[in-house]
Write a protein that binds this ligand. Structure first.
Ligand code: ADP
Ligand code: MG
Length: 313
């Protein structure tokens, strides 16, 4: 069973908040007075999200796990247009855990807390068979953006280059980081920098539909299309791919841009009337258009949606 199908099955047992959004968006958003309280949780697991072997080429791996543990949830808050606030963690450690590495992780997490202005206020530490780090993050927003608000006629945009993180993962898996270019891409993968400011700017500009592209550009567009009951049409030439990745990976670069995850950019849609706001913005790339219908298309052809699924779908 695929991850999405499983979540759908689970979600049937729970009702949404009376005012706001429950399961199904980047964060839950519970309306209280004039504000939304946002809440989200994410987990990084050994074997699935990182491998200890990577330390051979990237000794500070655990520092990056700490950083990333917070950054991935900050990305979800940013995609709703919110400001992050407080976090609690849950660490599952194996019996023979390495204390020094957990201290490294705490340093990375602390650096991220400072960078994203988040208060870490608690957590839980338990023994288990597989190492896993989980973090719950709260936030606030006055207005929110959702996955379900795309409208036919909207333009589709992304707030950064796509595919760098997937390239970084590929490089670290290759076991060789022998150039500065490669190191930069690995760092894009290990130390993502979601932009809270960008999320805020979008929501204040009147953008209603947004999602982070943590699971890859195509899957993100597909999710927006499905939740909004529209079709998303992308133009391959407009999808931003970095020169370095093209140089290192040739044709594969475009595949990374479409299906690679973890870039932590925002994908958003907006009416033509807002175009002048974004046209000159350096980090906003207009990549397509929303139409009536369903599904995701590239240059008019149905897109092959392939992306990471935890259960191999
Ligand atoms: P993201 O990648 O933005 O963190 P996910 O793809 O992990 O989002 O999850 C999609 C939606 O499903 C979110 O609203 C999330 O809260 C919800 N979800 C995922 N797993 C579960 C679960 N086990 N129980 C309830 N809701 C879940
Ligand atoms: Mg998300």
């Amino acid at each position: 069973m695929k991850e999405f199908d499983l979540i759908e099955k689970i979600s049937r047992f729970f009702k949404s908040p009376a005012k706001g959004i429950g399961i199904g968006d980047d964060t839950a958003a519970i309306r209280s007075g004039y504000e939304y309280h946002l809440i989200t949780v994410d987990t990084l697991t050994e074997g699935t999200h990182y491998r200890k072997e990577w330390r051979k080429v990237f000794p500070h791996l655990y520092r990056s796990i700490g950083w990333k543990l917070l950054a991935v949830s900050v990305s979800d808050i940013a995609s709703m247009g919110g400001m992050p606030h407080a976090a609690v963690t849950s660490f599952t450690l194996k019996k023979d855990f390495e204390e020094g590495e957990i201290v490294e992780l705490a340093k990375g997490l602390s650096a991220a807390c400072n960078h994203f202005n988040v208060l870490l206020v608690g957590g839980d530490t338990v023994k288990g068979n597989c190492e896993a780090f989980s973090l719950t993050l709260t936030g606030e927003a006055e207005e929110i953006m959702t996955r379900s608000a795309a409208k036919p006629g909207d333009l589709v945009a992304v707030t950064g280059i796509c595919g760098d993180a997937a390239a970084g993962l590929n490089i670290i898996e290759s076991g060789k980081i022998d150039t500065i270019e490669k190191r930069k891409l690995v760092e894009r993968f290990l130390f993502p920098r979601p932009s809270i400011e960008m999320g805020k700017r979008l929501v204040l500009s009147g953008v209603k539909c947004c999602m982070d592209n943590s699971d890859g550009l195509l899957l993100t567009c597909h999710e927006i299309a499905s939740k909004s009951n529209v079709a998303v049409n992308l133009e391959s030439k407009k999808i931003p791919v970095s020169k370095e990745v093209k140089k290192l990976f040739g044709d594969k670069a475009f595949k990374f841009a479409l299906s690679g995850g973890e870039d932590f950019n925002l994908v958003f849609t907006f009416p033509e009337s807002l175009k002048s706001l974004f046209k000159k913005e350096k980090n906003v790339f207009i990549i397509g258009r929303v139409t009536e219908g369903s599904g995701t298309y590239i240059d008019g052809k149905p897109a092959q949606i392939s992306s990471f699924d935890h259960f191999g779908g």
